[in-house]
Each structure stands twice: as structure tokens, then as C-alpha cells.
Design a protein around this ligand. Structure first.
Ligand SMILES: *[C@@H]1O[C@H](CO)[C@@H](O)[C@H](O)[C@H]1NC(C)=O
Ligand SMILES: *[C@@H]1O[C@H](CO)[C@@H](O)[C@H](O)[C@H]1NC(C)=O
Ligand SMILES: *[C@@H]1O[C@H](CO)[C@@H](O)[C@H](O)[C@H]1NC(C)=O
Ligand SMILES: *[C@@H]1O[C@H](CO)[C@@H](O)[C@H](O)[C@H]1NC(C)=O
Ligand SMILES: *[C@@H]1O[C@H](CO)[C@@H](O)[C@H](O)[C@H]1NC(C)=O
Ligand SMILES: *[C@@H]1O[C@H](CO)[C@@H](O)[C@H](O)[C@H]1NC(C)=O
Length: 246
């Protein structure tokens, strides 16, 4: 597992835009169950490993500096639409406002797709992400768009069956520099989708499925999964954005 983690780090690190440091920093996480706090079955995402410090085991240590606020507002089953309609987005916005009010640079990771893909074409999610990005900026926080963590469904040839690809691409599109006739918002991007595909194809189906929350659940992560996918994220952001964390 540790070998995998070391291997994993460089994959993710190069995807974040370089930016001058600002300190101190807080994080707010927005997304579905693949980001959420894994407290029940059919939940369990990378947010636990990202924020660290609260699981019933001491195993999951964040790579964030101690006392860095990290508020995981992701919700099981959410689409970009339901997250707003069910009131979770208002909770996220309040968390952002709280951190901004303390004078902290507030980075907001936004990752959707797993449930959006069940109900609408990618452009619907893209339009909703656009509104989220604008509202994050309106409260003085900074969006980091994150492409969907891959499902660990393999084809017979060992490649990933990539049903999420169009939703990952839509997220990338929204993160890009704007043109007058497009939706692009020019945000930070973490291409977790591409990096996680590269990683699980490298370790293969048996090792990849040992990261499952339950044996047949190729979507949600157990503790080792949240360590592998979550822990590198803050260190890569920190490294790439050259933060001086408190
Ligand atoms: C997690 O990884 C550790 C170290 O490799 C291993 O001992 C443990 O059995 C793994 N846990 C699960 C649930 O696979
Ligand atoms: C987490 O931190 C604790 C206490 O510092 C340490 O004992 C443990 O080995 C760490 N776990 C990992 C996975 O780094
Ligand atoms: C995760 O859930 C637990 C239990 O509900 C809670 O105590 C903890 O604060 C949550 N962690 C984050 C990072 O939101
Ligand atoms: C995007 O939000 C709209 C409401 O503004 C909703 O009707 C639509 O279903 C949402 N799309 C997705 C993929 O959640
Ligand atoms: C979220 O907050 C806005 C502004 O206060 C309000 O108009 C909207 O109804 C709230 N949404 C939900 C689902 O409660
Ligand atoms: C996503 O975009 C990449 C690069 O443009 C392209 O190669 C790939 O075919 C696209 N994937 C899907 C599923 O649209």
C-alpha cells in the first residue's frame, strides 16, 4: 500500500496549476459519496483521507498541516442539481463564508459526475458547475474543480471501463480559460479521473478491488482507498500552489 502511495504522488501532483502562496488556508469539500465522509455502506470517498484525523482509527492522517480547517460537505447520492435543491449547497456556502470571514484563503474542491451521469448529459452538470464556481467566487473563496474518481470496473484486457469519461471531460472544459461563447470558468483543476485510471490500471484489478468499501462495490473506498486517493491531494495542492500552511 505504501509503495502504491509513493507511486501515486507524482501522478496527481503535476495536474495542479502553480500559484503564488497565500496563507493561512482552509478547505471546503463539495461532491457526492466518492468525496464524502464514509460513515455508512455505499459511502466512503477520498475526503476522509484528505481531511484526516477523525476516523475511528488513527490510520488516516491527513497530509494537511495540523489545525488546517477542512470541512467535508459532500453528500451521498448527490448530483449537482440535487446538492443545491436539497440544501447541501447552502451548507457548503455557509462553510466557505465562515472560513473567508476569518481571513483565510478558502479553497473549495468540487467533484461530481457519478450520479449526474445517471440523470442527464454532461452539459447539464457543466452548467450547474458553472453556477457553483461563480457562487464560490462571489463569497470570496477559490474553486478547485476535481474530475470524478474512476470506478474500479475493468474490461477483460485490464483497462478501465470508463463510463465517467464524458463527465470528467465536461469538468475539465469548465475549468479552462473562458471564451465568449463557452461556459469555461478558468479554475484550478485536479484531474483525479485520469490519475486514478492510470493508478488502478497499473496496480490491476485484484489490488484495485482491495480498495473497495465492500467486495462488490467498485465505487466507494475503504480506509486504504481513502488513504491512497485522499492523502496525496492536499500535499499535491500544497506543493503545487506553494502554500505556507499554519
Ligand atoms: C489495508 O492495507 C494494510 C497494509 O497493506 C493491510 O494490512 C490491510 O489488510 C488493508 N486493509 C484492507 C481492508 O484491505
Ligand atoms: C498517523 O499518525 C500516527 C500518530 O502520529 C502514527 O502513529 C501513524 O503511523 C500514522 N499513520 C500513517 C498511515 O501515516
Ligand atoms: C465525518 O463524520 C464524523 C461523524 O459524523 C464527524 O465527526 C466528522 O467531523 C466528519 N468529518 C469531516 C471532515 O467532515
Ligand atoms: C442541474 O441543475 C438543474 C436545476 O438548476 C437540474 O434541473 C438538473 O437536473 C441538474 N443537472 C444535474 C446533472 O444534476
Ligand atoms: C439557499 O439559500 C438561498 C439564499 O438564502 C435561498 O434562496 C434558497 O431557497 C436556499 N435553498 C434551499 C434548498 O434551502
Ligand atoms: C475526453 O477528452 C480527451 C482529450 O480531449 C479525449 O481523448 C477523450 O476521447 C475524451 N473522452 C470522452 C469519453 O469523451
Amino acid at each position: 500500500m505504501l509503495k502504491g502511495l509513493v507511486y501515486w504522488l507524482p501522478l496527481l501532483c503535476y495536474t495542479v496549476l502553480a500559484r503564488p502562496n497565500v496563507s493561512p488556508t482552509s478547505f471546503v469539500l463539495v461532491g457526492d459519496s466518492t468525496t464524502a465522509n464514509g460513515t455508512v455502506l455505499d459511502s466512503g470517498g477520498w475526503g476522509d483521507g484528505f481531511c484526516g484525523g477523525f476516523l475511528p482509527i488513527e490510520l488516516v492522517n491527513s497530509s494537511l498541516a495540523p489545525d488546517t480547517p477542512c470541512i467535508n460537505t459532500a453528500e451521498n447520492g448527490a448530483t449537482t442539481g440535487s446538492f443545491v435543491a436539497d440544501g447541501f449547497w447552502n451548507i457548503s456556502l455557509a462553510a466557505m463564508q465562515g472560513e473567508v470571514a476569518k481571513g483565510r484563503r478558502t479553497l473549495v474542491t468540487v467533484q461530481f459526475g457519478h450520479n449526474d451521469m445517471k440523470i442527464a448529459p454532461p452539459e447539464s452538470m457543466g452548467a450547474n458547475l458553472t453556477v457553483m464556481v461563480q457562487q464560490i467566487r462571489a463569497v470570496g473563496a477559490e474553486p478547485v474543480l476535481v474530475t470524478s474518481l474512476t470506478r474500479r470496473n475493468f474490461n477483460a484486457d485490464g483497462t478501465i471501463d470508463d463510463a465517467l469519461g464524458p463527465w470528467a471531460n465536461e469538468t475539465i472544459l469548465i475549468s479552462q480559460a473562458s471564451l465568449p461563447y463557452r461556459l469555461q470558468q478558468n479554475t484550478h483543476l485536479l484531474d483525479l479521473h485520469a490519475a486514478s485510471i492510470t493508478y488502478v490500471e497499473e496496480i490491476g484489478p485484484d489490488a484495485a478491488h482491495r480498495l473497495n468499501r465492500s467486495p462488490d462495490d467498485n465505487t466507494h473506498l475503504n480506509i486504504n482507498g481513502t488513504i491512497v486517493f485522499g492523502r496525496p491531494v492536499p500535499s499535491c495542492i500544497v506543493k503545487s500552489l506553494q502554500f505556507i500552511l499554519p
